[in-house]
Design a protein around this ligand. Structure first.
Ligand code: FAD
Length: 211
């Protein structure tokens, strides 16, 4: 989809320094959880673009993105200030590392990477499939949805920022499945090392690097 102005449906706090933003789904926007969109805002008279990954299980009437906010960031704090009815400029979807109906999804998420991880886990359960989720963050977000996934039988492990991923990744991958990794580069490095330690080929993982 070329860039279009779309209406914000809702902005919700989902934990410390984090918001989920629901955006109206335009015609002919067929996207899967794990794909990302480009948002463009005008900040101090300049157009600024950033990428955000779809964190809803589907895009039926609206789709959700989950934004981690560094108060010193140029763009994310402005996204937190959006309100229902505001317009945002969106293009996409982009990316090829998304959920494609795999029978078991193993989701490794760092920081705001939990957005697509939850969206994919929810989608997998909706389709009668299985999921396991390892999430590393000092201030976990989306806790209600994580609790609901756990209650539905998903293996969920939440770790502190300093925690070693090795044991949790070994347990999550023990049942096989397609691995998905979402987060910033430092998390990706640790996740890849943990996969290799667990005997899983990290080249087979679907990976999205947030920067
Ligand atoms: C493909 C892709 C998908 C993305 N999906 C998401 C998403 O779903 N949700 C989301 O919140 N962001 C996502 N991002 C990151 C997002 O595009 C922005 O970079 C982020 O919101 C910071 O923008 P900013 O203008 O506020 O900060 P900037 O002014 O660009 O400053 C950089 C900021 O980025 C953050 N940052 C950079 N590197 C790291 C790091 N290693 N660890 C932690 N934080 C770091 C910090 O907050 C830092 O202050 C994605 C990026 C890419 C490339």
């Amino acid at each position: 989809m070329d860039e279009r102005s779309l209406s914000v449906v809702a902005v919700r706090s989902v934990g410390p320094d984090s918001v989920a933003i629901d955006i109206e789904t335009p015609d002919e926007f067929d996207a899967q959880p794990g794909q990302f969109v480009k948002l463009t805002l005008t900040v101090d008279g300049e157009d600024e673009s950033r990428f955000y990954t779809i964190s809803s299980p589907d895009v039926a009437d609206e789709f959700e993105i989950t934004v981690g906010i560094d108060p010193d960031g140029d763009v994310a704090p402005h996204l937190a200030d959006l309100e229902a009815g505001d317009e945002v400029r969106v293009s996409g979807p982009f990316g090829s590392d998304y959920y494609e109906g795999e029978s078991r999804a193993v989701l490794l998420a760092g920081g705001p990477g939990i957005g697509p991880a939850i969206g994919i886990a929810e989608r997998a359960l909706q389709e009668g499939n299985e999921a396991a989720l390892v999430y590393r963050d000092d201030d976990p977000i989306h806790e209600e949805r994580l609790d609901a996934l756990e209650a539905d039988g998903v293996f969920v492990t939440v770790l502190d920022e300093d925690a070693d991923l090795t044991d949790a990744v070994a347990e999550a991958t023990d049942g096989g499945g397609q691995v998905f990794v979402y987060g910033f580069a430092d998390f990706l490095d640790d996740a890849m090392a943990a996969l290799e330690a667990a005997g899983v080929d990290s080249d087979e993982a679907k990976v999205e690097n947030f920067g």
